[in-house]
Design a protein. Structure first.
Length: 148
């Protein structure tokens, strides 16, 4: 298990600010029509302009929709911490960030039965898996009422 930031790597470059005490997802905003996307893109999916600015997205939003993943995803391409021996169902969904965009995310929760559309969620960035002796850091959203 990694013990320092030097022993941590983001799951993919450019998704979120890291290392950071206040991590943010990195999106883009079209300078032509104002559409916000995540992950960041060079061109706009709404108007096709190739003029966007990288922006940090809001940390809080509301759960727009979700589902429960009740089976172990295929390996590869899935690279998660679950094995056939320890698999537990988990939630995935979209969190709507106010006046920005909807973000597809794995939902970190203590009780998937308490999830409901419209609940307030907050970004968390933490270890997801270990690879080559390094902690792979990923983003999740978690219900605000579960944050310590």
């Amino acid at each position: 298990m990694a013990t320092s930031v030097a022993d941590q790597v983001p799951i993919a470059e450019g998704l979120f600010t890291w290392p950071s005490n206040d991590p943010r997802l990195i999106g883009s905003k079209c300078n032509n029509c104002g559409v916000v996307t995540f992950p960041a893109q060079n061109s706009c999916p709404a108007c096709s302009a190739v003029d966007s600015t990288s922006i940090e997205l809001a940390r809080r939003g509301t759960l727009w929709t979700f589902t429960i993943q009740c089976f172990l995803p295929n390996r590869p391409p899935y690279e998660g911490p679950e094995t056939p021996d320890n698999f537990q169902p988990f939630a995935v969904g979209y969190v709507e960030l106010p006046d920005q965009t909807r973000v597809e995310t794995r939902i970190k929760t203590n009780d998937i039965d308490k999830l409901h559309v419209g609940m307030e969620m907050e970004l968390v960035v933490e270890k997801y898996i270990e690879r080559d002796g390094k902690d792979v850091i990923a983003y999740f959203f978690q219900p605000v009422d579960e944050l310590a």
